[in-house]
Structures are given as C-alpha cells and as structure tokens.
Write a protein that binds this ligand. Structure first.
Ligand code: PGA
Length: 248
C-alpha cells in the first residue's frame, strides 16, 4: 500500500525555503523505499506557483493548504479558488483543517470546497478531528461521524479524497493518541467511510505532533495510510528522519 507523508507548512516559508524541499528531494531520489510512499508539501499561497513549477517533474507533489468555496472566479477579496490552484500546477489541497474550521468553515462551506476542488482535479485531503472537551466527554466517534457524513457524498470520487484524522488536542502539543485509541478511532473512521462510499474507503492519515521520535508507534496500525505533518515538516532533517524511522 502506498503511504503518504504530507508536510503542512502553515504560515511558514519564503522563496529561499525551497532549499528544504531540495534536500528532501535528494534524499528521496536515492532512498530504497521511495516507491512505497508519496511526499506532498503544502506551502503558503505565496510560494505555491514557484514550488509547483520547480518540482513539476520531480517526485515532490505540491498542494495548497486551503481553497475558496467557489469554482473559478468571483468578487471575494483575497480568495483563491480550486481552479486557480490547479492552474498554477498544484495537485492537492487540504480542506477543513481545524484552523480553518475555527475561522468559520462550516460543513456546508466544506462540502462546496470538496466539490469544487474535485471538479478541478485537485486531490482533497479532508481533515477531521475532535477537541479536548469532546474527547473528555466520550464524543469522539459522534463528532467524527458528523464531520464525515455531513460533507462527504457517495458520488464524490473516493480515489481523489484522503481523510486526515487530526485530533485538535494533539496538534502542536506534543501529545499523541495511545496505540489502542488510534487503532479504534482509525478503524471507526474507515468503517464510516465504507458506509458512505459503499465500495471501499478513501485512505486515512493521522496528523498531530507526528515527529521522528514517535512515528514508529503508528507503523503497526494498518488503517493508517500515512501522515499529515505540521511542525516537523519545516525541517528537512526531521521530515527525512520521519520517513527513515517509519521504514526502519
Ligand atoms: P503538528 O500539526 O504536526 O505541528 O501537530 C499538524 C497539522 O496541523 O496539520
């Protein structure tokens, strides 16, 4: 099974930060495991076009961190549509990151984002996750189910959707779910996805404080098809060590 290592740069990076990708690219080109995984990096909008052009023929795929919920052009100031993102050569987009949900992305908005992104041939990484209070109150499964069924539809092409499970209490905190927690949650997510899509399920990633020291914990969980990596993706060394330690 193909694994994913997706680096979400968030508000990080200037043009010279391309050297981070150059180092990751040289590592990958000689790595004996390279055909087992895909690397996707989502830099901020300001770097999207340069990076997408630079890595067009290379094995690092460039994606966007978000997209606007309209297809092509509109009068929404500062908005960037899926059409515009695809036109500059990016191939993926995150949708529904908890940062954007906190800023007002509702299920209705997210459904439009997924729909228009797919229509424009972008692969969608759809982020879901419960917060600390929801976890404490044993609401994790109902929250996740709601986030999935309210946005994803059976008519969407499941091969162009990846679901990233990112517990909000884990993002940027250094805390990760226990092995059994993640085993249960990831199989619940896959089960729910199979119900939505009938035949098969999109791939499921884990995100939240993944680093080179803890990545081995996730190796044994077969439902986890890869990682969405924030903080540790800003360092080529850490990002490369995550891949190395995963296959060790
Ligand atoms: P983190 O972020 O790896 O820094 O916890 C993950 C994310 O928000 O995608």
């Amino acid at each position: 099974m193909m694994k994913y290592f997706i680096g979400n740069w968030k508000m990080f990076g200037v043009p010279r930060s391309i050297k981070i990708l150059n180092r990751i690219n040289s590592f990958r080109s000689t790595d004996s495991n390279r055909n087992k995984y895909r690397i996707v990096i989502t830099p901020p909008y300001t770097l999207l076009e340069t990076f997408a052009k630079k890595f067009r023929d290379k094995k690092i795929i460039i994606g966007s961190q978000n997209c606007y919920q309209k297809e092509k052009f509109s009068s929404n100031t500062a908005a960037i549509s899926p059409y515009m993102i695809r036109a500059i050569g990016a191939k993926y987009t995150l949708v529904g990151h908890s940062d954007n949900r906190a800023e007002g992305d509702t299920n209705t908005i997210l459904k439009d984002k997924v729909k228009f992104a797919l229509q424009n041939n972008l692969k969608v990484v759809f982020c879901i996750g419960e917060n600390k209070l929801e976890k404490k109150n044993n609401k994790t499964f109902s929250v996740l189910k709601n986030q999935l069924v309210k946005v994803l539809e059976s008519k969407f092409n499941k091969n162009n959707i990846i679901v990233a499970y990112e517990p909000i209490w884990s993002i940027g905190t250094g805390k990760i779910p226990s092995y059994y927690e993640l085993l249960n949650t990831s199989s619940f997510i896959k089960k729910t996805l199979k119900k939505i899509f009938k035949k098969g399920s999109p791939e499921v990633l884990y995100g939240g404080s993944v680093d080179e020291k803890n990545v081995h914990v996730f190796r044994e969980i077969k439902e986890i098809d890869g990682f969405l990596i924030g903080g540790a993706s800003k360092s080529s060394k850490k990002f490369i060590d995550i891949i190395k330690n995963y296959y060790r």
